[in-house]
Design a protein around this ligand. Sequence first.
Ligand code: CU
Ligand code: ZN
Length: 169
Amino acid sequence: MRMSRMLAIAAITATFPIIASAADTATATLMGPKISIGTVTLTQGPNGVLVSADVTGLTPGAHGFHIHQTGSCTPDFKAAGGHYNPGGGGHGILDAGGHHAGDLPNIHAGADGSARADYFTADVTLADGAANSVFDADGSTIVIHENPDSYGADAGAGGRVACGVIIRN
Ligand code: CU
Ligand code: ZN
């Protein structure tokens, strides 16, 4: 009787580290040309990453939305480099030669310029040390473009209108 109670207490204690590590999240605060225009939250799940975007200040319509390879948005958004592409290969989620790990579907802004989007991707991880981690040596960014991504080999998404460095919470 006493032994089984001790085992029960031990079992409860052992579950706490699992609960504490369940919410591995990161946030990118998106900056427009001058001001903050939104946030993107990345949540590590058992089989991939949930990417949730909440943005304002966009022009109405579709905009390319990607994870870029360098964790910097300064002195300008070109500092973010190209699309995160640890596996090699070409651009475009609908292209035969694609796709980059950082390629995600477009985000769509309403008439008021606001947009919400949830994506799930198994192409990246928040785990340190993994080959496809957004937390590699130089970090990663979220970038939104002025035009929609074609999803083909030529993205055609144009300039960069928002950029945020992905930072672990
Ligand atoms: Cu991009
Ligand atoms: Zn790409």
